[in-house]
Design a protein around this ligand. Structure first.
Ligand SMILES: Cc1cc2nc3c(=O)[nH]c(=O)nc-3n(C[C@H](O)[C@H](O)[C@H](O)COP(=O)(O)OP(=O)(O)OC[C@H]3O[C@@H](n4cnc5c(N)ncnc54)[C@H](O)[C@@H]3O)c2cc1C
Length: 417
């Protein structure tokens, strides 16, 4: 660790008070540098707090190799960062804040309280006690000619000189929580290459009829198998659940392959998923049961009594299968096992859980410093990676915040006069 007397005079700015920025501040303050954290909002960690609304999925307890595979094409860049601070370290860190975690369904890890608030409260208290100086209502506007940071504050513009800066400004979804993506222009003006921000873990538009929309909006489709083959022949297959929305579909099963669906729509104009609505049934068994005499029963009653298809699943058949096929057991069984649903567009970025795109890794060195802007580091969702929900997002944000904070300390050490 660096000698205290040399470093107490160094001042580092961390801009963005989400999980990535707060973790960078934690590393830096432990490294005995002066840390000022800035955020445009009246308080920090707003998206982190919202992430805890439905249960804060902090990380994932699965073999590390499998964990890494969820970072897709950016696995290679994130692997060394996650090796330093991966799922086990996230749980130990939460524990150090007095937050016990548990492994829930599908190996997802949550705080026992399920909420973010107790963790964030304990974390902010520790950071304040350790000496991090919080500056809220400070919106970063870029740099002055002399290299100082420019902030818009309620008292007018403030310019700040820092020895190094960590940018942890988030992606571009849920703008009202502070992550507006406006930094893309600021870095672009300095020649930093940024892959355009796109919705990730998002819903999709389906052209529902007014009748179907009114009847089933908000209804979950439980335990279905979703299959999707993209135009390059890549096949995806996963069991889970999702929700019918006013505009189309969303939910964990959709989020899990949203990146592929989004890319397919971008390439071809649409993505067709296929649903198996009776995973425990073979097609032959469905045909046999549906071939039983229907008598005077309605098709809906026949479906419910013979193969237990009812509610929104029956609604989807009425919505998407030609009427004459509903009377044919073979056609009906085929539709139950492989119902095609055409997705026409991703929902807008602002509605997405997270953003794909961001500062491309080729612009950064191994410490997440922008090569062309020495002393400026980046962390969190503003980097060009994406992952499904399941704790992969927060883990990589914390880990990259840690890597950037450590990088600053190494850089200050190397560049000290
Ligand atoms: C509804 C919802 C549920 C989620 N659930 C989960 C979950 O269970 N598990 C999981 O892993 N992930 C989840 N996420 C995703 C997770 O919350 C984000 O990936 C994570 O918060 C990103 O962290 P970050 O620090 O990179 O950015 P952010 O948390 O977005 O923080 C960025 C900060 O930068 C500030 N900022 C931006 N621009 C400026 C500027 N110009 N000047 C000053 N400050 C600025 C913002 O105000 C903000 O405080 C969820 C997200 C949403 C929306």
């Amino acid at each position: 660790m660096m000698p205290v007397d040399l470093y107490k005079s160094h001042s580092v700015a961390v801009i963005g008070g989400g999980p990535a920025g707060l973790m960078a501040a934690e590393v830096l303050i432990k490294g005995k540098v002066k840390v000022d954290l800035y955020d445009s909002m009246p308080s920090v960690g707003r998206k982190f707090l919202v992430a805890g609304k439905g249960g804060l999925n902090l990380t994932h307890a699965e073999p590390f190799e499998q964990f890494l595979s969820f970072y897709g094409i950016r696995r290679a860049e994130l692997e060394p960062i996650l090796e330093q601070f991966g799922p086990d370290e996230v749980r130990k860190w939460a524990d150090s804040l007095g937050i016990e975690t548990f492994v829930g369904t599908s190996n997802r890890v949550f705080p026992v309280s399920m909420k973010t608030a107790p963790l964030l409260r304990a974390w902010l208290e520790r950071l304040r006690n350790d000496g991090v100086n919080f500056n809220v209502r400070h919106k970063w506007l870029g740099w002055c000619e002399n290299g100082s940071l420019r902030f818009e504050t309620p008292d007018g513009e403030r310019n700040v000189k820092a020895d190094a800066t960590v940018l942890a400004l988030g992606g571009g979804s849920w703008r009202r929580l502070g992550s507006t993506g406006e930094w893309v222009t600021l870095l672009g003006e300095r020649g930093v290459k940024v892959a355009s921000l796109k919705p990730s873990n998002c819903g999709f538009d389906v052209d529902w009829s007014p009748h179907f929309r009114t009847r089933y909006e908000g209804t979950p489709l439980k335990s279905v198998i979703l299959s999707f083959t993209d135009s390059k022949g890549n096949v995806f297959h996963k069991q889970g659940e999702f929700i019918v929305t006013e505009e189309g579909v969303e939910g964990s099963l959709i989020y899990a392959i949203s990146a592929h669906l989004r890319d397919e729509i971008e390439a071809t104009g649409k993505a067709v998923i296929k649903l198996d609505m009776a995973p425990g049934w073979s097609k032959q068994r469905l045909i046999a049961r549906l071939s039983q005499p229907r008598g005077s029963q309605s098709i809906s009653n026949h479906l419910r009594k013979t193969v237990n298809i009812q509610g929104v699943k029956a609604g989807l058949l009425w919505e998407l299968v030609p009427k004459q096929n509903l009377k044919d057991p073979e056609c009906l069984a085929a539709a139950i096992k492989e119902l095609p649903i055409s997705l026409n567009a991703s929902r807008p970025l602002d509605e997405a859980i997270s953003s794909a795109g961001g500062v491309i890794f080729e612009e950064l060195n191994e410490h997440l410093m922008i090569r062309s802007l020495p002393g400026i580091f980046c962390a969190g969702e503003m980097l060009d990676w994406e992952a499904p929900t399941g704790g992969y997002l927060i883990t990589a944000c914390l880990a990259s915040g840690r890597a950037a904070g450590t990088g600053v300390l190494v850089w200050l050490e190397t560049n000290r006069e």
